[in-house]
Design a protein around this ligand. Structure first.
Ligand SMILES: C[S@@+](CC[C@H](N)C(=O)[O-])C[C@H]1O[C@@H](n2cnc3c(N)ncnc32)[C@H](O)[C@@H]1O
Length: 322
């Protein structure tokens, strides 16, 4: 069996990892869980977007691949009151709605028809199932099967993608980004006015890993990618290919930056509070230290800070430049 089908069944089938039990947060830590500073920065992005849109009666926030709605709850805490009253939060998620979510949060298994506001996906696209390709010493690229054998030659569409974005040397492996690009183009095309923002880990041409990136996570540990429903299965996103797919046709105003650049632009700083605060306001000092530690984690160039932010602006100016 090819990987795309195996991942689809293992993650989203009847007993799939994401739809039949534990919370994603039980198994791995995303920026959403690392610190409320992440939602705080997005709240500032939302405030600027609201102004750019002229303060519409309703401002959408659509979180695609929302987990258990954690980001939407954190945003409700971070957005100023007057804007909060106009905010329409929607989780797009294949897992069932958690019973504890407030009624203000809409829950849907599919994308809305139209979004005015922010559509965001944090660590969704790395879980959109993809095929793997490999090449032996001779012949064309072939699909890799879950037993690691090489099967049939890849389709013309996948061959063209590999030629352009991830040329394969003999013995190497690549994850074919086509399904992610289709998924993200569909999501971005729902935005009538506002931003679409994909945040995830990934790579660019010139730095593709020779053996690909498919791996598993379970209970906080990296494990082999066994497609049996017990494990998250994830592969890094080819972000330059994704940027190209949306900027041609769907959203020409698209920028790609690192999370470190984006969060710094939004005022998240790892600077420690001045030592003098320790004597005048010890509690404030300790709070400032904790904030600095969390900001450092979110912007760490060797960790979450190296994640990519692909932002498309529709009908409003791009909020930051690369
Ligand atoms: C890695 S989790 C990310 C959760 C959260 N966004 C975060 O950053 O912590 C990916 C989530 O995407 C959801 N998902 C995957 N494909 C989806 C789809 N086509 N529509 C809606 N949700 C999807 C999964 O069920 C899972 O909860």
């Amino acid at each position: 069996m090819r990987w795309r089908q195996a991942i689809q069944e293992a993650l989203y089938g009847p007993d799939g990892f994401f739809v039949s039990g534990d919370r994603p947060a039980d198994h791995f830590r995303t920026s959403v869980h690392a610190s409320p500073l992440f939602a705080g920065a997005l709240a500032r992005l939302l405030v600027g977007l609201d102004e750019a849109l002229g303060g519409p009666p309703t401002l959408d926030v659509v979180d695609v691949g929302a987990g258990r709605g954690e980001l939407l709850l954190a945003l409700a805490d971070a957005v100023p009151g007057p804007l909060l009253r106009r905010l329409r939060p929607t989780a797009v998620e294949l897992a069932p709605r958690p019973p504890y979510l407030p009624p203000a949060v809409h829950w849907s298994h599919s994308l809305p028809a139209s979004v005015t506001g922010l559509l965001i996906a944090t660590e969704w696209l790395d879980n959109v199932p993809v095929d793997l390709a490999g090449r032996d010493t001779t012949g064309p690229a072939r699909y890799v099967h879950v037993d690691d054998s090489l099967g049939e030659p890849v389709s013309d569409v996948d061959a063209a993608w590999l030629d352009r974005w991830w040329p394969l040397a003999s013995g190497h492996r690549a994850e074919i980004g086509v399904p992610r690009e289709e998924a993200w183009r569909s999501a971005v095309s729902t935005v009538r006015g506002g931003y679409a923002l994909a945040v995830d880990y990934g790579h660019l041409a010139g730095a593709r890993p020779a053996l690909g990136t498919l791996t598993g996570f379970r209970a906080g540990r990296q494990v082999p990618p066994v497609p049996d429903g017990s494990t998250d299965l994830t592969a890094h996103v080819a972000f330059d290919a994704l940027a190209d797919a949306v900027s041609h046709g769907v959203a020409p105003e698209t920028v790609l930056v690192t999370q470190r650049e984006a969060l710094r632009g939004l005022g998240v700083s790892g600077a420690r509070p001045p030592l003098s605060l320790a004597s005048t306001d010890p509690t404030g000092y300790v709070r400032g230290l904790a904030r600095a530690g969390q900001a450092a984690e979110l912007t760490d160039p060797a960790g979450l800070g190296s994640h990519f932010w692909l932002l498309s602006a529709v009908g409003v100016p791009v909020p930051f430049q690369p």
